[in-house]
Every structure is written in C-alpha cells, then in structure tokens.
Design a protein around this ligand. Structure first.
Ligand SMILES: O=P(O)(O)O[C@H]1[C@H](OP(=O)(O)O)[C@@H](OP(=O)(O)O)[C@H](O)[C@@H](O)[C@H]1OP(=O)(O)O
Length: 479
C-alpha cells in the first residue's frame, strides 16, 4: 500500500496537476524540513481509509479483515468451501459471532474527553489536521453511549446474515427459519441483543417476512461464561498482576516514544501525553473510522511505527486476559465448547440414524471475550513464544493478532457436512474464510472427518469440566 500526503487540507495529487511532480515533491520535502511540517498519511488505495486502520485490533472494522466487502458487502465465495465430494451436503451450522460495531465504553469516552480538552486548549501549530481538530471537530461521544451498538453494527449483522444465507443456501433458509430450525442465542448485553435482532432483520428483510417474529434466548452462562467462572473472576479479572506484561509494555520504551512523538506533533509537554492519552487518541481514530467511516484528523497523531506499538499493547491485553497468557482464560470457555460439540453430536447422530436434523442452524452472539477464549481452547493462533513486554520486536510476525482475528462481527463457523455412507465432515471458518483445525492435518481435504476432529479434541471432550476448572482452589495461577 503506497501512502500519499495531505497538504493544507488538500490531497497532494490535486495540487500536483498544475506542476511537474518533481517540483512539488521538492517543495513538500523542503516544507517538512524547514517547518517540521508533519503531513498526515492516508492510503493511496482509498483516501478515506487511515493507513493505520489495519492495526485497530478489537476496534477494527470487519471490512479490513475482508477487504473485498468494501466494494460488495454481500459478496460470498462458495467455491472456497471445497467439500471433498459433490455429494456432500451441508447438514448443520453453528456460528459463534461477536456483536457488531459499537460505541466506546464509558471509561474510554471519559479518556477521549480529557484528551480533546488538552488538544483544544494547549496544542499549537498550523497543520491542517490540528486546525480541523481545534476548530471543526467536536467531542460528540456521550457517556450514555457506553458500548451500545452503533448503526454500523446493525448493518454489520444484517449483511452477515444475508451472506451466510448465500454461503449456506440449503441451511439458512426461509423454510428452516419459519420451521423453527434456526435458533438464536445471545448475551444479555444490549449490543449483543441488538446485534441478534439485526441479524434476524437481515433475513426477514431479505425474504420479506412480515407475518411472524422469531424468538431468541438470553444465555449468559454460555455467552458470558467469563462472568460465571469464579477462578477467572478472582485470579484474572480482579487481579491486576494477571496483566503485568501489558502494564510493563505500557510503561516501556516503545510506548514512551509513541507518547513523545504525539506530544511533539501537538507541541505540548511530554508529561501531558500519558499512555492513557495515547490510547484515547488511537481509539478516537478507530471509532471515528468504524462508526462514521471517516479518516479522522486524530489519525494524524500516529504513523505506522506508532500504530504497531498501539496494536501490540492491546494484543498483550487480549493475550493475557482472554487467551494463552493464563490457562483459565480458555478453560472458562469449556461450557461453550461442550455446548457446541453436543449440538454437532446431536446432528451427527440424527444423520447417521437417517433422521432429519432438527436444529439446522444455531446463531450464538457474544463478545470478543466469548470468542477469543474458545479459539484459544481450540488452539488457533498460538505462537511458539508468549507475547511479552520485552519481545515486541521478535513478535512482529506473530500469528496472535486481534486485528486479524477479532474485528467487530468476528465469527467462528462450524459446518457439519453429510457426504453419504456415514461420512461426516466438519469445516471451520473464521470471518467467513476456511481455516484448518490447528494440529489436525487432514490428508484427504481441507475438510476433515468429524470423527477425526472429535478424536483430535478427545481430551477436552472427556474433560474440560467448567465447574471443576472454575473452582477456586489454592492452586497457583496457570496450573
Ligand atoms: O477497552 P474497552 O472498554 O473497549 O474494552 C471492552 C471490551 O472491548 P475490547 O477490549 O474487546 O475492544 C469489550 O469487549 P466487546 O467484545 O464487548 O467489545 C468488553 O465487553 C468490555 O467489558 C471492555 O473489556 P474490558 O476487558 O473490561 O476492558
């Protein structure tokens, strides 16, 4: 991706049409050198997309993980599914989905408000992006927004529903929906309930269904298992030392340099740009883009080097609070793991006994902290080395990158195929892209036999007891 510069509020290419490119490049280079004039970068692909949009971690858009959707939000590629033989037919779909694009939580809105006050009153400079913040932009986020679903989040789920009905045209159908063979389960949080209603609306609008309303069940035991797991609550959620690596990185040299560069761009004292202020600025850039599709002037406070540091800081949070950092993080999702496989087993047994599959589709809508522990339990995105405060440089090519795994509306799909003669296959898709089960190399196809998948996870299927794992013994963290 090439970058271009925005000078005096206008895109450089527009200015270049009247002079030879070399002349203008020289002028800009001189401007930067003489005045320290910081130009805000944007991508040549699309000036409305911040160059740093690919580093927004759990506050990133689904479209950045599936760029083809920027042009056609309803595009699907069924040929990517590749069942091992033409006689295979999809028999059951379980989808564990994160809610859609949301507003910031109240704690972050308050940080953003403090940052805006600082920039409005103390920053100085003639840069167009700074003048835009100080004279045009207003702090429009209010405390009552507190993590609620944004309108973009409604369309995230409406569009996802339509794409899944196109991806699985014999499963997610109007007939099955009306027959009660499509079940909806959600976290009780408003963003998840509203995402569920949006997903349903995507289907009912597609099929012009107006004569019936469909039910959904609130199930926090499954969708918010982390709240119910005593050991997680006591040893991780309430224990600041569980996130020590994240905290050390936030106080370390890489983050300090980001803070200094922001202070330099704003021409304010270094001590006024704390790590929290840097995080608030990064969040403002991410939320303005995710909610309004705007390449906000706040994004001009970061270059790509800075964004990689901010991304790693949030990946450290997710790694140590929701993933491989502590064993209980993923073991807390045992209850969801068993729920998913119990439904797959039920469908498999109905197929083997020649019965109709009673539950064709289950849509389960939760949070990043619902999906990430489950992906961890299944072994996805595990690196050889843990993410630490001291190995940022070595982790540049890590697979544990929440910008890729966990955007708004992120989803894990498990599709059971009946290939005839008792041959059942199971395919996993993450964010609509087929993924192999980690460590399960199936020689015949990308779609392993269901029994091979069950065998691969036999220890978890036999054990992984939520009550046992979540009991608060005196055993040390990570045992
Ligand atoms: O930093 P914030 O307050 O945004 O963190 C949120 C979580 O957002 P995330 O860290 O995943 O970007 C939010 O997860 P979500 O999937 O529901 O968006 C979580 O529900 C909320 O409690 C905050 O998590 P935290 O761990 O309590 O900071």
């Amino acid at each position: 991706m090439t970058s271009s510069v925005r000078v005096l509020g206008r895109n450089l290419p527009e200015l270049c049409v009247i002079m030879t490119p070399n002349f203008w490049i020289l002028v800009v280079a001189l401007l930067i050198n003489i005045t320290g004039f910081y130009c805000c970068l944007y991508s040549e692909e699309d000036p409305d997309i911040p160059v740093i949009a690919k580093y927004f971690t759990t506050k990133g858009r689904y479209e950045e993980v599936n760029p083809h959707l920027r042009d056609d939000i309803l595009f699907v590629n069924r040929s990517a599914l590749k069942p091992p033989s033409p006689q295979c037919r999809e028999a059951h779909l379980t989808a564990v989905i994160r809610h859609g694009t949301r507003y910031p939580t109240i704690k972050n809105i308050q940080k953003m408000r403090r940052l805006y006050g600082l920039v409005e009153s103390r920053a100085s400079g003639e840069e167009s992006w700074l003048r835009e913040i100080q004279s045009q932009w207003t702090m429009w986020y209010t405390d009552d927004m507190d993590g609620r679903l944004a309108m973009k989040g409604v369309s995230d789920h409406k569009h996802l529903a339509v794409r899944l009905s196109k991806l699985f045209p014999s499963l997610l159908t109007e007939e099955k929906l009306r027959a009660g063979q499509v079940n909806f389960m959600t976290s009780s949080k408003h963003r998840c309930v509203n995402s569920t209603l949006s997903f349903m609306a995507g289907l009912t609008e597609q099929w012009a269904i107006r004569d019936v309303e469909f039910e959904h069940t609130l199930n926090d035991a499954l969708m918010r298992f982390f709240d119910k797991c005593t050991r997680f609550v006591e040893e991780i959620d309430k224990n600041a030392t569980a996130l020590a690596e994240m905290q050390l990185f936030k106080e370390g040299p890489e983050m300090r340099r980001v803070q200094e560069k922001i202070a330099d761009r704003l021409r304010v004292p270094y001590q006024s740009i704390t790590e929290e202020m840097a995080e608030a600025a990064f969040d403002l850039c991410a939320y303005e883009f995710a909610i309004k599709a705007v390449n906000s002037p706040w994004c001009c406070l970061f270059d790509e080097v800075d964004a990689l540091v901010m991304e790693y800081s949030n990946d450290l949070k997710q790694f140590w609070k929701r993933s491989y950092g502590h064993d209980i993080n993923s073991k807390a999702s045992c209850i969801l793991f068993h729920d998913v496989f119990s439904r797959l087993d039920k469908a498999a047994n109905e197929i083997k006994s020649g019965q109709q599959v009673t539950e064709a589709v289950t849509i389960q809508i939760g949070h990043a902290e619902t999906l990430l522990p489950l992906l961890t339990l299944l072994g996805f995105f595990r690196d050889s080395e843990a993410l630490k405060s001291t190995n940022f440089a070595q982790q540049a090519q890590r697979s544990f990158r929440t910008s890729y795994m966990m955007p708004y509306a992120a989803n894990l799909l498990l599709v059971l195929y009946d290939c005839g003669n008792g041959d059942l296959r199971l395919q996993a898709l993450l964010n609509e892209k087929p993924v192999a089960f980690p460590g399960l190399t199936d020689l015949t196809s990308s779609m392993p036999r269901y029994e091979d998948v069950r065998s691969h996870y036999r220890e978890l299927l036999r054990g992984c007891d939520f009550e046992t794992e979540c009991q608060l013994f005196n055993k040390p963290v990570d045992s």
